[in-house]
Design a protein around this ligand. Sequence first.
Ligand code: HEM
Ligand code: HEM
Length: 143
Amino acid sequence: MGEKQAVPTGSSRVIAFLHPLVALLTLAVMAWAASLGLRSRDRLERHLRPRHARLAAWAYGLMVFDLLAGLGSTWALRPDLDARGAMHLRLAIAIVAVMTGAAWLSRRIGRDATARLLHPILGLLALVLAGLQVFFGMPLLPL
Ligand code: HEM
Ligand code: HEM
């Protein structure tokens, strides 16, 4: 107990960068999906809605993957982190929870005004939290 572990080296270190890189890609997909969703509210841009729905589903899937990959990566490769990722982990769970809410509401948008109001709000909240996640992830990088 109490002995400080070193940051991984060699191939473990390279693999430990996989989660942050995929997470950045996820962030880009999510921002793009959000933009399409908001633009699709314009009557002339309605045709963008199915593209929003498709891309947002990818963003959601990638985000769940990021959570699992982060946990797996920390468990298998980063014994040096101890509990340093606690806030990053909490934020990750919050993001996936908020996105799950947005995804669930999205199925009621056509017939429920509250869902139509709340869906983009939850989506944007998830996007903001995911942006913050970069700053909670950076100090964990195996540099
Ligand atoms: C955007 C969504 C993201 C999610 C859902 C997410 C999720 C997680 C989770 C659950 C862990 C495990 C923490 C623990 O068990 O204590 C983790 C670890 C980690 N995360 Fe993230 N993360 C995200 C983004 C990022 C970003 C943008 C970066 C870097 C800039 C990053 C860097 C790291 C690092 C370095 C670790 C330690 C494991 C490793 O080195 O691969 N994460 N992440
Ligand atoms: C990332 C932030 C997000 C924003 C800003 C956003 C925004 C929007 C907006 C403005 C609409 C149109 C609502 C209307 O006025 O009728 C919409 C629809 C929709 N969104 Fe999102 N959304 C986001 C995330 C998501 C996520 C995570 C999912 C699912 C995984 C999703 C799936 C859908 C679906 C299925 C529709 C309805 C498509 C239809 O009925 O034609 N969105 N979104």
